[in-house]
Design a protein around this ligand. Structure first.
Ligand code: PMV
Length: 324
């Protein structure tokens, strides 16, 4: 199954809509997975092996500003810098836009307020905001579940970034992935905080796409991952429903550590943590021993995301003044 076929079956006659003759804007939040997506059952369509669950980060994310231009090629800007169309970044974006357009070109400006490619899900909010902007530009008026499917074609975790709050991305079972989209959970928990602890803003050494594939192909422990995910997911959902922060924190941290353990057992091994990441983990565990309810999660990068409750914000900031 190809991305083009999926787009056709979702958009149908909407593919003939002409773009509006104006500039449109759309924002999508970045999301941090509490239960991770690690491994694809279909690499072309970004269909995951397991469900995953995330929290969207309010006003941290990406804004896409797009308009049709009278030109022979696109113009792409990332955080106010024009991007050379021969770069990997531009090619990936142009390929994505090609799924939706006929013969016109765009000026597309993406602004993010999260560091790019440092495990902070910038591609997730990027693709989600692009899809929302296209929905507006072409007046598709699609339900968010279908925007989630389209965003997934750009980057897997983007399927969760079309929503606010706590979101579960269903792996689905269909080969065409029509049942693989994000869904907002009916949980309101404004006291739940995520703090970014930046270790490095450098580009990651290996992309999450390649790291996932290598883990699936070579880690002898990967076969234990679906069971681990379903146990953690159950605990996290139960904890969210009953506002049991410890249950959510413990299962989330354990899930992230298992994902990184799988990577360490891949061939060649993949290690996103730096010595500083490990020292920070030890500090968090010590604080917990001393009674503070604080946990972490980690994605495909050296940075940690602290999980804690609003009431502990001041004490957390005393220990980690650089927290964002
Ligand atoms: O969507 P991708 O290809 O950037 O992969 C995201 C992978 C993790 O961030 C490590 C986990 C997740 O569920 O977000």
């Amino acid at each position: 199954m190809k991305k083009n076929d999926i787009v056709k079956s979702i958009l149908g006659s909407r593919l003939d809509h002409s773009p509006l003759d104006s500039t449109v804007y759309a924002f999508a939040p970045t999301n941090i997975a509490l239960c991770k997506y690690w491994g694809k059952r279909d690499a072309e369509l970004n269909l995951p092996v397991t469900n995953s669950l995330s929290i969207s980060l309010g006003n941290k994310g990406a804004t896409t500003v797009i308009r049709m231009i009278d030109a022979l090629q696109d113009r792409i800007f990332l955080n106010d810098v024009e991007i050379n169309l021969d770069t990997f970044f531009a090619k990936r974006l142009i390929d994505f836009l090609n799924l939706f357009r006929s013969h016109h070109f765009f000026e597309i400006k993406i602004h993010t307020n999260v560091p790019i490619a440092a495990g902070l899900a910038s591609s997730a909010c990027g693709f989600a905001s692009i899809v929302k902007a296209l929905d507006e530009l072409y007046q598709w008026d699609l339900p968010l579940s279908m925007l989630s499917v389209l965003a997934r074609l750009g980057s897997g975790s983007a399927a969760r970034s079309v929503w606010d709050g706590f979101v579960e991305w269903h792996a689905g079972i269909r080969p065409d992935g029509m049942d693989s989209y994000g869904e907002q959970l009916d949980v309101q928990w404004p006291e739940f905080r995520v703090g970014l602890l930046l270790v490095s803003q450098k580009e990651k050494s290996i992309s999450s796409r390649d790291a996932m594939q290598r883990t699936m192909d070579t880690s002898p422990a990967y076969r234990s991952w679906p069971k681990k995910v379903s146990e953690d997911l159950q605990k996290i959902k139960q904890g969210l429903r009953s506002k049991d922060f410890k249950l959510v924190g413990k299962a989330s941290e354990s899930n992230a550590l298992m994902m990184h353990a799988l990577m360490l057992t891949a061939q060649p091994p993949i290690q996103y943590s730096t010595p500083e990441t490990l020292l920070l983990m030890q500090r968090i565990w010590k604080l917990r021993e001393d009674g503070l309810s604080i946990y972490f999660t980690q994605d495909a990068g050296p940075n940690l995301k602290l999980l804690f409750l609003d009431k502990d914000f001041h004490i957390v900031r005393e220990h980690f003044p650089g927290i964002r």
